[in-house]
Design a binder for this molecule. Structure first.
Ligand code: MG
Ligand code: MG
Length: 274
């Protein structure tokens, strides 16, 4: 492992294999939460499920104790107009809610980071569409990434897709990021911008891509708990995230259970996992 321009951490193939272990545990924990999220369960109960699953598989929840004030939980649980960084607790999910769940795990010193938004029961069609557009924009971002390209190729693909689908807000205050021995590393990966800029996409780079999209504007506020980010206009928001890397063969979505193989095939993007 070395550090190149602007503190970007370049991993060896063996280290990427270790990141896959952390990524898989993160992805499997989110799948468990997807099937657990239903009307009547509290966000605190979801958090307990996540922590138990991560620790019982030899991982450490990376969010717990992160930042200032220290984040108190294993997952971020953000409901409806909460976009990201919601603190799990007594709030009980009801039919018609959507919940964005962000989760990170450390295994053997390496990080995985991923997020999903889940509908609880029936939600309006425009909310289903918001979730679809947000998730698809992330995949469009992956599909735009290739060795020798630039970080903002991803940003441009995410934004272009969202804009092509209708009137949505794309958060600018929060971005994707490099990841490896720390959860948040350079470079930032904005969800908007012109292509062909920023650091070069090279072998051994690992990035988390995480579009945050709203049914209204892009502006946000922080709640009194100093963590929870809500939309300023009260519009609902979705958030999807995966950690990925690029090998000489193609893309490897480290936090996807199948490494991204199926979805990448649909997009005509090469799969580069082992
Ligand atoms: Mg995350
Ligand atoms: Mg992240």
């Amino acid at each position: 492992m070395g550090f190149r321009e602007r503190g970007i951490e370049i991993k060896t193939p063996d280290q990427i294999e270790k990141m896959r272990v952390a990524g898989l545990l993160t992805g499997e924990t989110l799948e468990l939460l997807r099937t657990s999220a239903r009307a009547g369960i509290s966000t605190g109960e979801l958090d307990a499920i996540a922590e138990e699953n991560i620790r019982s598989h030899g991982g450490i929840p990376s969010f717990k104790g992160y930042g200032h004030p220290p984040f108190p939980a294993t997952i971020c649980a953000s409901v409806n107009d909460q976009v990201v960084h919601g603190i799990p607790g007594d709030r009980v999910l009801v039919d018609g809610d959507i919940i964005s769940i962000d989760c990170g795990a450390i295994v053997d010193g390496w990080h995985g980071d991923a997020a999903i938004t889940v509908a609880i029961g029936e939600v309006p069609a425009e909310v289903v569409e918001l979730m679809r557009v947000t998730e698809e924009s992330m995949w469009q971002g992956f599909a735009a990434a290739r060795l020798g390209g630039r970080v903002s190729d991803i940003s441009h693909a995410v934004e272009s897709y969202v804009r092509s689908q209708g009137e949505y807000g794309i958060l600018e205050d929060f971005t994707g990021h490099g990841i490896g021995t720390e959860m948040h590393q350079p470079p930032n990966v904005p969800n908007y911008g012109r292509p062909g800029r920023g650091p070069k996409l090279e072998r051994g780079l690992a990035l988390a891509i995480e579009p945050m999209v709203t049914l209204g504007g892009k502006d946000t506020e922080v709640e009194d708990d100093d963590w929870t980010i809500v939309t300023e206009d009260g519009s609902w928001a979705a958030h999807f995230e995966h950690t990925f890397t690029i090998t000489p063969d193609g893309l490897w979505i480290l936090t996807a259970i199948d490494g991204g193989k199926a979805r990448l095939a649909e997009l005509g993007a090469p799969y580069g996992g082992s």
